[in-house]
Design a protein around this ligand. Structure first.
Ligand SMILES: [Zn+2]
Length: 382
């Protein structure tokens, strides 16, 4: 008797699973296309019209899809167009840096609905953590959104995380070395994920791109970092320390890096290398460079030459696109051709540097990527 019940139960579970998988496939197809008819969904997924119809009803009741006009027809009844509701769910991203906190709100499509950046110097104190909670709540309140739509808060931190991704175990930028780190999620009343900031930014760059599977993201901010995406998955390494590109040795016995070693890429290609010549302001550096400032031209020339070496090394290692991001990446569009030539000059196999790209999120990429991790998880579970 018991076994029979058990078998039935397994069958029930399997049916449930199949139904859920079908529903997920239907939703993801609608998500990837602007508008689709029920017939088109059925034919593209090889499902029957009633199966698609039942699932559409459920998705509509859950507030995830809507009827959005009709398709023109050559005869007979016009087919109803179905699309997903972009703001059916939302996610927040919080980027923690040494001197700032950035907050973004994104919808299911990854569009940024709101963003803000506040000056706040990091302190490993309960007051700082309290302030984070206050800021998150204020940000949500000021957005006038239905709070139940918020999937959670993705927190990007400039450091190495524990294996379970709950703690920062090492962050030179925040002065947390060999520590258990503070609990950044403590005063946030939404589900939270922690991610490394450069990993999150790299994730944002490749999110929802169909054609690119592998990429290296090189983040050029006040510290240099990055991420490696292989087959659309972040590669973390054995110790969560992969893609610490800032500490690749680029010059034997070169400049001293903030890590204490000599010749690290960070000492040559961090945003500080540029902004230090312009009162600490990166926009001002590029302003002076455009105006033909001799000092800035000299610094920029050297900067690009070291950057080209690093880029070529990454290309040799990974044989995939290299995407430039971070503070400096946001300015790189107009210097891209020059940099491609410099990188190509070093390349053993390729005559051009077309593999080199600039980031699509010019600002707040880390916060956006951290938020998108929540969106991605939701999409995989619909
Ligand atoms: Zn270093």
């Amino acid at each position: 008797m018991y076994e029979k019940w058990s078998e039935n139960n397994i069958e029930k579970t399997n049916n449930m699973e199949v139904k859920k998988i079908n529903r997920n496939r239907i939703f993801r197809l609608i998500y990837k296309n602007e508008k689709l008819s029920q017939q088109e969904i059925a034919s593209r997924l090889g499902m029957s019209l009633p199966t698609v119809g039942q699932n559409l009803k459920i998705l509509q009741n859950e507030g995830l899809i809507t009827e959005d006009g009709v398709f023109e027809s050559t005869g007979g009844r016009k087919a109803r167009a179905i699309s997903f509701i972009k703001d059916a769910k939302l996610a927040m991203g919080l980027d923690i840096t040494k001197n700032h906190l950035s907050l973004v709100l994104v919808d299911l499509s990854g569009e940024i609905l709101k963003s803000t950046r506040v000056s706040k110097v990091f302190e490993n104190t309960p007051d700082y953590l309290k302030e984070i909670g206050v800021l998150v709540n204020r940000f949500i309140d000021d957005s006038y959104i239905d709070k139940s739509k918020v999937l959670g808060v993705g927190i990007a931190v400039p450091g190495i995380l524990s294996d379970d991704k709950q703690m920062v175990v090492d962050s030179h930028a925040l002065g947390l070395v060999d520590s258990n780190g503070p609990d950044f999620t403590k005063n946030i009343s939404y589900p939270c994920f922690l991610s490394n900031d450069a990993n999150a930014a790299g994730f944002a760059e490749l999110w929802n791109t169909e054609t690119v599977k592998n990429a290296v993201y090189l983040s050029l901010s006040n510290s240099v970092g990055g991420s490696i995406l292989l087959d659309n998955q972040l590669y973390s390494g054995d110790n969560q320390r992969s893609s610490e590109f800032g500490h690749m040795t680029i010059e034997l016995n070169g400049r001293t890096c903030y890590c204490g070693k000599r010749g690290c890429l960070d000492a040559y290609c961090s945003a500080f290398v540029l902004s230090n010549s312009a009162d600490g302001s990166l926009p001002e550096f590029f302003n002076l460079l455009k105006k033909g400032g001799k000092k800035q031209e000299e610094i920029w020339k050297e900067y690009l030459s070291y950057l080209a070496v690093a880029i070529n090394n990454l290309r040799m290692l990974f044989d995939c696109n290299v995407i430039l991001g971070g503070y400096v990446g946001g300015y790189m569009e107009e210097y891209l051709d020059e940099l491609r030539i410099l990188a190509a000059e070093r390349n053993t196999f390729e005559p051009d540097g077309s593999y080199l790209k600039v980031c699509r999120y010019k600002k707040e990429a880390a916060a956006v990527g951290a938020a998108l991790l929540h969106i991605e998880r939701f999409l995989s579970q619909v």
